[in-house]
Design a protein around this ligand. Structure first.
Ligand code: UD1
Length: 394
């Protein structure tokens, strides 16, 4: 029997793992899951395993938080003996976090085959730790599973041969499609007192947005002002929570945090977050996953970054990049608030079947070629599950 091993560690890995695990198990493959422990809070890790029906990890490396070098090295040191022992036919890594890079590096040195799920994305921004992780992981991986066509161009530009590329589509969307009926039933908007009103959902955790006190203050100021127009729900990542507490420690609070209903929440589970995002009039974020999810759902999204490794969400989806300036953010938010349309964008191979294609490529050597001639123009269409449009959002 074929043995595939998946290494995951941080929150955005888990929703990518879930559909791949299900598809591998359905196919009768032995699938071993290793959790590095990069993320460890219940709300950042275990909650996702439970909600997404991922089996408990077979091995847990318990690395926790540290500097990039320490965290990456700890994953490598603890993973090496396990890989030597388990000798998988293929090691799968996901996305662009430190655990992804560390696992790919260990496996490549042991001459094990590596498959990278979400390969080929590039922001071109080397100040992002994730960009370094993406480039190196792709270079080390024999099987590259591409979520979109632009990924093939990026890889070709780096001299990577097309026979390593498999244009399978986006596994994040597999999970959205799987979870959407459950998320809609949750009606999280009612739980947070915003049902029937236009509201915004915010997430921010990139070091470039939250680690500098001046930048974070400007962002919180903008969100406070946005909250004067619509309720703003902000589930706060632990990294951001620490920084906000540090600001508060110097006697500052996000403007309008109570009276204008800018609500700072604990990190949310997957289903509750999806439920809130689905009904939102606007999402403001710096997350990669949310750029994709909002595009699929047709929810206007403002990404507070100068670049994105997911340009298809801007060209074909609902995403817009905005400069890190208070007035620019507010102006973009106002424009976006009126932009929600009942039609949802259709993005090629973001159809809930990416994991199925990965398993076909792994088990049957099926080819999912990137045929440049078939590139599709942007289009909008109604399809699939109806997404409720919040009252007041046109
Ligand atoms: C990591 C990924 C980033 C991803 C993000 C999603 C890297 C380089 N970055 O960033 O790409 O978008 O995860 O969340 O891999 N912490 C906790 N509890 C936890 C995890 C973290 O309190 O369960 C706190 C710790 O103070 C830690 C800090 O968050 O030092 C940052 O965690 P870390 O995993 O280093 O990076 P993220 O910012 O989460």
């Amino acid at each position: 029997m074929m043995r595939v091993l998946s290494v995951v560690g941080a929150r955005p890995n888990f929703m990518k793992l879930a559909p791949v695990d299900r598809a591998l198990v359905k196919r009768g493959v032995e699938h071993v899951i290793i959790h590095t422990g990069q993320h460890y809070d219940q709300g950042m890790s275990a909650a996702f395993f439970e909600e997404l029906w991922i089996p408990a990890p077979d091995h847990h490396l318990g690395v926790g938080s540290a500097s990039h070098a320490q965290q990456t090295a700890a994953v490598m040191q603890r993973l090496e003996p396990l890989l030597l022992d388990l000798r998988p036919d293929l090691l799968l890594v996901y996305g662009d976090v430190n655990s992804t890079l560390a696992a790919a590096l260990v496996a490549a040195k042991l001459q094990l085959r590596v498959g990278h799920v979400e390969a080929g994305l590039r922001s071109g921004d080397w100040t992002m730790p994730e960009e370094i992780n993406r480039v190196v992981t792709d270079r080390l991986s024999e099987m590259l599973f591409l979520p979109s066509r632009d990924a093939a161009e990026n890889l070709s530009a780096e001299g990577i041969a097309s026979d390593r590329m498999h244009f399978v589509g986006n596994v994040m969307i597999d999970t959205v499609a799987w979870a959407l009926p459950q998320a809609l039933k949750l009606n999280a908007a009612a739980r947070y007192g915003v049902a029937g009103h236009p509201y915004a959902v915010v997430t921010l955790h990139r070091p470039s947005n939250v680690d500098d006190a001046g930048v974070l203050r400007e962002l919180l100021d903008a969100l406070g002002r946005l909250a004067a127009k619509v309720p703003v729900l902000f589930p706060v990542h632990p990294r951001t929570r620490t920084r906000i507490t540090e600001l508060g420690g110097r006697g500052r609070h996000p403007r309008g945090s109570k009276e204008h209903s800018l609500e700072l929440l604990e990190p949310l589970g997957y289903l509750e977050m999806l439920s809130l995002v689905t009904g939102a009039a606007l999402v403001v974020t710096d997350s990669g996953g949310l750029q994709e999810e909002t595009s699929f759902l047709g929810v206007p999204c403002i990404t507070v970054r100068p670049n994105t490794e997911r340009p298809i969400t801007c060209t074909h989806g609902t995403n817009r990049l905005v400069l890190l300036r208070r007035d620019a953010l507010l102006a973009a938010a106002e424009r976006a608030l009126g932009r929600r349309s009942p039609a949802r964008p259709v993005i090629e191979r973001w159809d809930g079947r990416a994991a199925e294609r990965i398993v076909a490529a792994v088990c049957d050597e099926e080819r999912f070629e990137v045929d440049a001639a078939a590139a599709s123009p942007p289009q909008m269409a109604r399809r699939g599950v109806a997404i409720p449009v919040p009252l007041g959002a046109s």
